[in-house]
Design a protein. Structure first.
Length: 169
């Protein structure tokens, strides 16, 4: 039987394992640098930066949905961004992924969000097919952009002229 619950700090090791398992599935196991301490600091403090749903099947951890809220200037509303959705292979085809998405949809509606948004790797046709079956629209004309590491640091230094005085709000 399926149950979905909000993760707690006691679930951090499990969340980290799901993250590693997803990275393995996505063919980038070496890319995960997140630590237990990172997850505790950013997800289980007074001002969490993310939230996690855990799906249990017959009281065994089967999958998770890792999400946070963003804001759309065009729509004038917040949205729910699904960072990771993962179901362990032995629990697939049981409706767990769809149940996690449905739970996220309910949260988005309760929070008056404009909708859900997430990314999928272009080679992951099983996921793309699944998302389209539940009504997701793959936005092939939008390309994700990422700035990390040294380029991020160089750009940040340009903003402050190397003074180290951020002007953020």
């Amino acid at each position: 039987m399926l149950s979905i619950r909000c993760a707690t700090a006691d679930d951090v090791e499990l969340i980290l394992q799901f993250i590693h398992d997803l990275a393995e599935y996505e063919r980038e196991p070496q890319a995960v640098v997140a630590t237990r301490e990172d997850l505790i600091r950013d997800g289980f403090s007074d001002r969490p930066k993310f939230h996690v749903l855990i799906a249990d099947w017959n009281k065994q951890p089967a999958g998770f949905a890792f999400y946070f809220f963003n804001y759309s200037t065009w729509r004038g509303k917040s949205g729910l961004h699904l960072e990771d959705l993962f179901v362990q292979p032995e629990y697939r085809e049981k409706g767990i992924g769809k149940a996690l998405l449905a739970e996220l949809a309910e949260i988005a509606v309760q929070e008056n969000c404009y909708g859900l948004r997430w990314e999928v790797l272009d080679w992951n046709t099983p996921a793309i097919d699944f998302y389209e079956r539940v009504g997701g629209e793959v936005l092939r004309h939008w390309l994700p952009v990422r700035l990390t590491g040294q380029p991020l640091l160089r750009l940040a230094e340009a903003a402050s002229g190397g003074r180290g005085n951020p002007t953020g709000c």
